[in-house]
Write a protein that binds this ligand. Sequence first.
Ligand code: NAP
Length: 234
Amino acid sequence: MKTALVTGGGSGIGQAVAHRLGADGYHVATLDLHPSDAPFAHTADVTDRAQVDEALAAVREALGPVTVLVNAAGLDGFARFTDLTFETWQRVLDVNLNGVFHCVQAVLPDMLEAGWGRIVNISSSSAHSGQPFMTHYVAAKSAVNGLTKALALELGPRGITVNAVPPGFIDTPMLRRAEARERLGGTVEDHIGRTPVRRVGRPEDIAAACAFLVSDEAGYITGQILGVNGGRNT
Ligand code: NAP
């Protein structure tokens, strides 16, 4: 049985991915900022390599080597570029981009040893379209797409695939917080009318894409950016 690690697994998309992979028969551990009662839920900040390594050691001890990694931990933010402090810019890059660096590097030895691995990075449709007042977030998520492509080329010969899933408009606490702060340019309901498939995305939509990309049969798919956005970005 394979072991999967899902970062950001305590909420929204990460939680749905963890549930789906559990239902598909993987051992699943999660890593999140805040504590949880869920089995194999580890508390760690993805920007802190020592915390990530410590959590990884505990996961390996309990569940064996990790050969599937889904990076879903993320932090959004809204600020006019002229008002954006360097500290805020840095924190958003730290969580969304450097967190991926730390988690991939920490998990890779297991995948290299196994000669098989699957990495899925949850980026954002905003990396495709741009988004006003989110320069830090869009920069970080665009970099995650770039990292995905470059790493896929490097790791392909070792049996490891690396893909990105940029979600668009998924009904999670992050989206609802943005709605409450009037950052969406309308309500979620308003946006449904502007979405070709005429519904808001569900965390399970992203989980389904991840479940496919981490499967054995997706072994010829690497370095790809698979948009899951109801047709909002084509
Ligand atoms: P969410 O409900 O806020 O979940 C994000 C999770 O990441 C939370 O559990 C959060 O923990 C955790 N997290 C944040 N910073 C972390 C850190 N430094 N270390 C470890 N965990 C951390 O948001 P979501 O919508 O499911 O987002 C999941 C991913 O999809 C994110 O990467 C997000 O950028 C991306 N995304 C979402 C949408 C969307 O429409 N929802 C669109 C595009 C991209 P706390 O809650 O404890 O802070």
